[in-house]
Write a new protein. Structure first.
Length: 183
């Protein structure tokens, strides 16, 4: 995963690989569940969400990172990529010893009981992209300005209360320097 870079269609001031991104998504997924549990009275399994976030892009070991504009260009492309991802998931799962497959199966194939956690992971995935866009625009890379706005818009359209709280209370700190955050 560390050899597969994200944002291939855009100039980056700092590269980001799938391994780094997956770690960010895991941390953000965990944080969103903590927000849901502490602020909204939910009983979300934050550790499970972190696990799902950590493995959410694992199939890209086989498929590579398909840029979002390509992956979601049309319904045909979405369906085709879904088949490719499914095949990659089955391939990765088959590489594991049989007695370990059950532990990882839910990371490749969504289980009904994890439905809301997968929504949390998707929101965390978008938050990770938003943070990347913020970092790039702070570095003077105007190429990420449109992506920043469209990513924030699509995140808000998800209507995930935990993500809304994160945006209200925490996203502002990503616009600050380290010195500004400590003052």
């Amino acid at each position: 995963m560390k050899y597969i870079n994200r944002w291939a269609l855009m100039r980056n001031t700092q590269s980001e690989n799938i391994s780094e991104h997956s770690n960010d998504v895991a941390v953000l997924s965990h944080a969103l569940c903590v927000i849901g549990n502490s602020r909204l009275g939910k009983n979300l399994n934050a550790e499970r969400a972190a696990f799902l976030g950590l493995y959410h892009d694992m199939t890209e070991i086989i498929t590579g990172d398909m840029p979002t504009p390509v992956k979601y260009h049309s319904e045909e492309m979405r369906k085709a990529y879904s088949v490719v991802e499914d095949t990659a998931g089955r391939t990765l799962l088959s590489m594991l010893p049989e007695d370990m497959r059950g532990t990882y199966e839910g990371a490749f194939f969504k289980k009904e009981e994890d439905e809301y956690l997968w929504k949390i992971v998707k929101a965390a995935d978008k938050l990770s992209a938003l943070i990347k866009c913020i970092e790039e625009t702070k570095a003077g890379n105007s190429e990420f300005e449109k992506a920043l706005q469209s990513t924030e818009d699509s995140l808000r359209e998800m209507n995930i209360p935990e993500a809304e709280i994160f945006l209200q209370e925490f996203i502002g700190s990503f616009y600050l320097s380290l010195d500004e955050q400590n003052s």
